[in-house]
Design a protein around this ligand. Sequence first.
Ligand code: PNS
Length: 213
Amino acid sequence: MRAPRPCDAKRSGPAARPSGPAPQSRYRHRVSVTTSTTPPQERAPARTLAVYPGSFDPITLGHVDVVTRALTLFDRVVVGVAHNPAKAGRHLLGAEERAELARRSLAHLAGVEVELVPGLLADYCRARGATAIVKGMRSGTDLDAEAPMALLNRELGAPETVFLVADPAHAHVSSSHVKDIASHGGDVSPHVPHCVARALAQALSRTVPPVPR
Ligand code: PNS
């Protein structure tokens, strides 16, 4: 006979249950508890997958930092290059190029994929079996913009959004700032991976006429 384990006492037969109606729970939400007879060490670890969506025009070291820290919470992170209608027609880089730069910038991290998100983020999360959405949070302004999106995504069937507070080293930098600095010939290398700095210079030489001095 096996030795009794903790909690065995709770599994006693029907005679041990008090008769009459079940006592009212003082908690509003019922939680259903499932028990497993498989010892913990033999169970497959739970797989968690976070989707980190954004425009990534371009990916910055702040984004790389968010992915790096998300990997401490989730088994896998999918960076989703998604469509933001508010930025339509204002992208410097095409979606494929943004995704490719993200891939190269994150190649040193295991457990990361980069994909294009073709439509609604919530639909993509469902299709991928995502367990969370991850977003970086640089400031209160970010929170004001992100909180309604998190609620709307939840209404649309997406998983919960987890906000990771940006590292102070990157919290003042955005993709827009990086593009602005680069378009005026400034040095963006402290804020973006090398491949991005090179790609920005090339893209700007194609698109931005030099400002007369
Ligand atoms: O980096 P951004 O531009 O701030 O990211 C915004 C983005 C792309 C994550 C957001 O616009 C988005 O989720 N687009 C996908 C379409 C979608 O699901 N829209 C509903 C959001 S509530």
